[in-house]
Design a binder for this molecule. Sequence first.
Ligand code: ZN
Length: 265
Amino acid sequence: MNKFYIGVDLEGVACAVGIPGEGMGNGANYAFAAREALREANACARALFDGGADEVIVWDNHGSGVNLDYDEVDPRCRIALGSGFRTRFPGIDGSFGGVLFIGYHAREGTGRAVLAHTYNSRVYQRYAVNGQEMGEMDIDAAYAGEHGVPVLFCASDAACVAQAKERFPWAETVVTKEGWGWNAAVSLHPREAQKRIYEGVRRAMERRGEMQPYRIPGPFEFTVRFKRMDAAAQAPLYDRERNPFACPDPFTRTGWLDRIGQVMD
Ligand SMILES: [Zn+2]
């Protein structure tokens, strides 16, 4: 059980704010965010190994999943990258001792949160399971939870960390920045954020016995609200009987699933 999985997104790292109208975009702040995500992931990995981990996988999952400078990833790690996986945390199973979130962001619709969205801010307005709002971090945590793998740690802006504390109150957290808007933040210095992440993950490893999987009781009624009617109509969403999700209104699709991961089957 000394295997760990670090999910790495970009929006929540120190000094990442993206570009108005473009999300994270692809400019100078994107390049910085990719470097900072690498350094924060490395601080996390180093703390895991120093705390007794034997195996760590770093999962590069922003956009098309090709963001980090892989030469510079802690060489003890393996790296999951690219797009088209039909699962979250590719290859995760009950042999993993925990998942950790670096650079994730608050759910769509959150105020004072940097780049808050759910999967794609141009496509989705709302994603809910059994009436509860779900962001990417919640979905990924629930996916790990279905395999019995606990959530250990989250580092992100204050809004995302508040959402982590609400859903996984046992986990250790680090606030990298205070979001003042979609593209505005007062951030820790990157080196200070990396230092706090190292210390926070060390604390999480010391408290491993208290860490729990994030489990939502099933079955699961998924509600996906889209921003455009055509996107809602075309979305390839199938329920547990392999029937297309229902359309209660032109922007919304709903369906019942037996597992959270089934939405990606
Ligand atoms: Zn992202």
